[in-house]
Design a protein around this ligand. Sequence first.
Ligand code: F6R
Length: 241
Amino acid sequence: MNIIICKSVHDVALQGYEVFKNQLISKPHSVLGLATGSSPILLYEELIKGVKRQEVSFKEVRTFNLDEYVGMDGQHSQSYASFMRHHLFNQIDIDINNTHIPNGIAIDLNAECELYNTTLEHHHIDMQLLGIGSNGHIGFNEPYTSFDSVTHVVKLKESTRSDNVVFFNSIEEVPTHAISMGIANIMKAKKIVLIAIGKKKAQALYNMIHGPIHESCPGSILQTHPDVTIILDEEAASKIQ
Ligand code: F6R
């Protein structure tokens, strides 16, 4: 694991930008796995600036998002589809038809998961961006999800729902379920970049990097991936030796 510890959250975004820039310059038709949540927002701002400076382009890029809330229409303001349009897609030169996010309102959710898996099999992810939950989840693969899991419907842990309440008016509004890429899907990416910010992530990062490789900390499986870069601020890194 390549671990980069940054002095500020802004530096985390700049380091992340460098990794994306190198990827997009070396392979303009990259397939990128993308994340939502608070961690990637500043990085996405840097990517938007990079496109404006014509340093990077997403014209030939295809993207797959990790997850979407069940029961949430892509037009709902808190859906991950809206998040991605707002924070990235609407401000870069990507063809929206080349962006993939699970459909949280599919009538047959299992069929939707199967379709996502099949589509992923046809487009090998070159670089996957991840955040990490305070309980060690990656994507929405909560503790004790099988390392062999592929895209599936997840029941969110109460701790995850309360971590995410910041995006909603009340805990009742936070969905109880999501569709998430599985851990096996994530591990197939050629390269993985994980970003984490803030003290709340410190224990999860310790468990991910130094803990046993065990399903109690889904992120710990990344210890077995050949190409992982972890970009952290000092608070998130505070428990790492
Ligand atoms: C988001 C995702 C989650 C988040 C994680 C951290 O698509 O799959 O694993 O990356 O919950 O969320 P933030 O960045 O909000 O702390």
